[in-house]
Ligand binder design. Structure first.
Ligand code: NAP
Ligand code: GCO
Length: 267
């Protein structure tokens, strides 16, 4: 058997939510290189246009839609449009996400709810919208972008950790409830990745030194570096492909070994 064919996404329609840039863009790029047709969305037309141009610059004809993933009606309309214009969604990557770094006792309930809405409720809404057609088609793949905060807490990220912890269990429940329909639902848990979301944690200090958190993460990571969004492409293609048809309900951590390591002694 030509084993590499198991990793091909030829003929598949992959919807990566919130993928105008960042991790979602890199995952979409890798899936396109594996043969998938790429669908992405963003909350504003100008960002969709910008994202489409970025894909074109990579030689990818991506289908972009304006859609706020927290809006169930908008998601249903977008799924109908995708099915009409591109085809049934074979692969869903619930990537869209936000973070608000606020000490819990200073955080408003509205801020907490907004993070839960985007990072947990939206993956429920979008998965619920695509599963029926996946069942009809004989199967599908759902990949939820979890986080190290699916396992750990830290100061100021209570809403985000609660959402990502819940997303880990939503992943396992979709795997449990729809595995019999040949739908595999798994998570990817990135470590600390250099994207706009973590830019504040890597900002240079007024004296030109590196951000203390930047130094902390590098000392805690055996790889001795932040992850790049491109580090997530291969794991995502694996979980989207036939090569992972018997992998279900798992969270694949792509963290450079940070969760295995006690950390380097400060110099
Ligand atoms: P990012 O650079 O902030 O990108 C997030 C994307 O989600 C943006 O395109 C954003 O669109 C989109 N988005 C936000 N809310 C949305 C909504 N309501 N509807 C549609 N799209 C929405 O973040 P990232 O670092 O690439 O992270 C992507 C995913 O990986 C997130 O789920 C994040 O929690 C997770 N993650 C990141 C890291 C890391 O270290 N970076 C580590 C672990 C997990 P706009 O531009 O319109 O806001
Ligand atoms: C933070 C970071 C993390 C990363 C990621 C780690 O403030 O601690 O933003 O939450 O985004 O989720 O896996």
């Amino acid at each position: 058997m030509d084993y590499i064919k198991n990793y091909s996404l030829e003929g598949k329609v992959a919807w990566i939510t919130g993928a105008s840039y960042g991790i979602g863009f890199s995952i979409a790029k890798a899936m396109a290189e594996a043969g998938a047709k790429i669908v992405f969305n963003d909350i504003r037309q100008e960002l969709v246009d910008k994202g489409r141009a970025a894909y074109e610059a990579e030689g990818i004809q991506a289908h972009g839609y304006v859609c706020d993933v927290t809006d169930e009606n908008a998601v249903k309309e977008t799924v109908a449009a995708i099915e009409k214009e591109v085809g049934t969604v074979d692969i869903l990557v619930n990537n869209a996400g936000i973070i608000k770094r606020i000490p819990m006792i200073e955080m408003s309930a509205a801020d907490f709810r907004q993070v839960i809405d985007v990072d947990l409720n939206a993956p429920f809404i979008v998965s619920k919208a695509v599963i029926p057609a996946m069942i009809q088609k004989g199967g599908g793949k759902i990949i939820n972008i979890c986080s190290m905060m699916s396992e750990f807490g830290r100061e100021t990220v209570s809403a985000y950790a609660a959402a990502k912890g819940g997303l880990k269990m939503l992943t396992r429940n979709i795997a449990s409830e729809y595995g019999e329909y040949n739908i595999q639902c798994n998570g990817i848990g990135p470590g600390y990745i250099a994207t706009p979301q973590t830019a504040p944690l890597r900002e240079k200090q007024p004296d030109g030194s590196r951000h203390p958190f930047d130094q902390f993460i590098v000392s805690k990571t055996p790889a001795g570096r932040w992850g790049e969004a491109s580090d997530l492409g291969g794991p995502a293609v694996f979980l989207a492909s036939a090569a992972s048809d018997f992998v279900n309900g798992q969270i694949l951590y792509v963290d450079g070994g940070i969760q295995a390591y006690i950390g380097k002694q400060p110099s």
